[in-house]
Design a protein around this ligand. Structure first.
Ligand code: 4AD
Ligand code: MG
Length: 431
């Protein structure tokens, strides 16, 4: 018999199907045995009744252990009390592999124990739900850009220069050419591509040798970065809010079941609608001072500062015009105040903090040369980047959205480590 997936059982009520999967759990009540089978698309309660089953089929129940793989054939019945709303009246069981002493049992385990077994932990209901939400967030990002005329341009991962400061670079030997660095952001290449296509995005893994051991930092994370020719800071904010509204509402609509599994209270997520509040860095500093935080103007907002600011709003808040001294070399200065960069950070509510960082870019050749010098960066690797300011330079802007922080926020998790299949952090690079 062909293979049916649990998520499609509604089309097979009353019919016989074969499910290929794994034993999630089993229990027995006298002459009836229950195997909870998962197949990647859902959970299905399979019922074995002694009176109607040949002895050898009924006996397989005793051999099955947690995570053993099997093919199970039977008749689909509606059963509102069972997970998923269906159950299977078992007729045949074919054992594929008996799992021995599966280490993750239904009892509570510590996070480190589970992280060491991440390759197995991914099978559990909660991790399964998180990965499905992640999948959908990424799909909705691609859908959004497709629907709005953006072209996907892949940026390189091995690069000759820093983008986001020199303190978080992973470096490697690169044949006779000296050192290469794992990219911190595809932005600079995105800018080149925006001059070719108008509206582009790059989407790839990015790397930061972050020494910080926080709930928001990974050393390898995924970032999606749109870049638009002729956009200024305001256009950039318009794009960011439209984009966020789309991905949040699409995820609420299509991943309601998973968010329920995660017990996510979606009240705040439902409020992610345009317009989002926009405040300047100066206003953010005012908020901090009113809350009794002794914040000195000119510094970057730290994790706790971001939490305090975002708690004042029930929607993501866009903070713009940061002191240039704490921001990257490529950001354009505010023509009205040279001390400020035309930067934008979006802070997620409920204390999640920065999920987007972006800016309008410096588009003047001489000014950019000065900035590269001020930041003590070598000029030569930026020759090509400076060319973009020599040949038809235009105002342009873009931003980067961190996938893991976004998944963490939408799923309501306390740490980014569960948002990526195999997290890389300062103290972890296995499995
Ligand atoms: O603010 P960042 O550093 O901005 C850039 O890299 C720009 N070049 C993007 C651009 O304008 N095209 O990083 C952007 C986002 C952050 O807001 C955060 O969501 C995420 O990337 N991010 C991290 N996520 C997990 N772990 C880390 N160590 C992260 N660093 C940044
Ligand atoms: Mg940032």
């Amino acid at each position: 018999m062909g293979r049916t997936y649990i998520e499609n059982l509604d089309k097979h009520i009353g019919k016989d199907v074969t499910i290929h999967g794994w034993v999630y759990n089993k229990r027995s009540s006298g002459k009836i045995k229950f195997i909870l089978v998962r197949d990647g698309t859902g959970l299905l309660q399979c019922v074995m009744v002694r009176a109607v089953l040949p002895e050898e089929v009924f006996e397989t129940f005793g051999k099955l252990t947690q995570e053993s793989s099997l093919k199970v054939t039977g008749t689909v019945k509606e059963e509102p009390r069972a997970p998923g709303g269906f159950e299977l009246e078992v007729k045949e069981v074919e054992i594929i592999n008996i799992a021995q002493d599966y280490p993750i049992t239904p009892k509570e385990h510590g996070v480190e124990f589970l992280m060491d077994r991440r390759h197995l932990w991914l099978r559990s209901t909660r991790q399964h739900a998180i990965m499905r939400v992640r999948h959908h967030i990424i799909k909705s990002i691609r859908d959004y850009f497709d629907a709005n005329g953006f072209v996907l341009i892949d940026s390189p991962i091995l690069t000759p220069n820093a983008v986001e400061g020199t303190t978080t670079l992973f470096e490697t030997e690169y044949f006779d050419l000296g050192k290469a660095f794992l990219t911190q952001s595809g932005q600079l290449y995105g800018e080149a591509a925006a001059m070719a296509h108008g509206k582009i995005y790059c989407f790839g893994p990015t790397f930061r040798a972050e020494k910080s051991k926080t709930r928001r930092h990974l050393t390898e994370f995924w970032m999606v970065e749109p870049e638009v020719a002729f956009n200024d800071l305001n256009d950039n904010m318009d794009l960011a809010e439209d984009f966020l509204e789309y991905i949040v509402s699409s995820t609420l609509e299509h991943k309601a079941k998973e968010l329920k599994t995660l017990e996510r209270n979606t009240t705040y997520l439902e409020k992610v609608k345009k317009p989002l509040p926009r405040i300047t860095y100066d206003e953010a500093v005012e908020i901090l001072r009113k809350k009794g935080i002794d914040f000195e103007w000119g510094g970057d907002l730290g994790g706790t500062d971001e939490t305090v600011i975002s708690e004042q709003f029930d929607k993501p808040v866009m903070v713009h015009r940061y002191p240039a001294q704490v921001k990257a070399f490529y950001m354009k200065r505010d023509p009205e105040n040279e001390k400020l960069a035309l930067a934008l950070d979006v802070l997620a509510p409920e204390g999640y903090g920065e999920i987007i960082g972006g800016s309008q870019r410096e588009d003047d050749y001489d000014t950019l040369v000065e900035r590269i010098k001020e930041h003590d960066l070598p000029m030569e690797p930026f020759d090509w980047y400076l060319d973009l300011r020599k040949y038809g330079s235009v105002p342009h802007a873009g931003f980067g959205l961190g996938i893991e922080r976004t998944v963490s926020w939408i799923c309501g998790l306390d740490h980014v480590r569960e948002t990526v299949p195999f997290p890389r952090m300062i103290y972890r690079n296995t499995p």
